[in-house]
Design a protein around this ligand. Sequence first.
Ligand code: BV8
Ligand code: ZN
Length: 246
Amino acid sequence: MQAGRKLISAELRQRFCDARNVLVLTGAGVSAESGVPTFRGGGGAGVWKGLPFEVISSAEMLERDLPAVWEWFNYRRGLLEALKPNPAHEAIAGWQDRFGGLTLVTQNIDGLHQAAGSREVIELHGSIWRARCVRCGQGQSVREISVDDGAPPCLACASPMRPDVVLFGEMLPAGAFERAAAKAASCELCFVIGTSAVVYPAAAIPEIARAAGAYVVEVNPERTPLSDLSDEVLTGNAGEILPLLG
Ligand code: BV8
Ligand code: ZN
């Protein structure tokens, strides 16, 4: 039997066959094999102009220097333009037709799950492809506005627009966490893929699933604070492991 296949227990194979309600939580690691830099573990997205990303991606920085925040996300969007989904994104997209109830929750703002064909993705931290007005909340695709010279003006009220992402110290989009938490509390199988599980409240979702009796499976080349809580840890790259689950 191919080495990789041994990685997956017979128990997981059985649960994967029988499961109806499955929750998947992803982080930057699921996009690593597409070339998207991760934040920790030397992934390269951790520091910008000497500032740790938790600082540049913060509500406080937005107050202090909105153009700098735009520059940071324009830089990251530039990195993303040419990147494509990888076999991990494709495997997860394929699961939505396999399980009656698949809930895909991501911390990623890169849109690669949707590019792979995943529908109804719960984007806990927003999207780098959207902007919204700081005053009236009007949303806009960044592809429809010029974002290269500072904060673009809102087409409705002319106030400055900001990246439609959740910054540190900011609340998640209305209902996003609640919807994910409700699905976590009722799923039989919970996959945690490519996340260092240190940012909250996202990292609480697998904890909710575990507490509700779900079988929690972590996919990550490294151990995380969630590894001990997981029923099964698949050590390796998501793009190589997920296709093995069929
Ligand atoms: C909030 C968008 C309420 C912007 C992001 C409780 C305890 C402690 C702190 C807090 C707490 N509650 C709140 C906080 C504060 C804070 C927080 O969690 N801080 C952390 C740093 C301790 N949380 C917040 O501020 C949240 N808001 O709580 O609001 C509130 C409001 C007002 C006042 C009070 C309370 C908002 C958090 C969201 C911030 N925005 N992103 C942007 O992208 O710049 S977070 C961002 O960082 C990502 O979205 C993600 O969530 C996180 C990065 O983590 P990962 O995605 O996991 O990536 P990382 O690089 O760390 O790890 C990659 C992993 O993949 C590694 O494990 C690696 O081994 C693995 N890997 C690598 N290659 C592969 C792989 N795995 C598989 N395959 C591979 N090939
Ligand atoms: Zn406006």
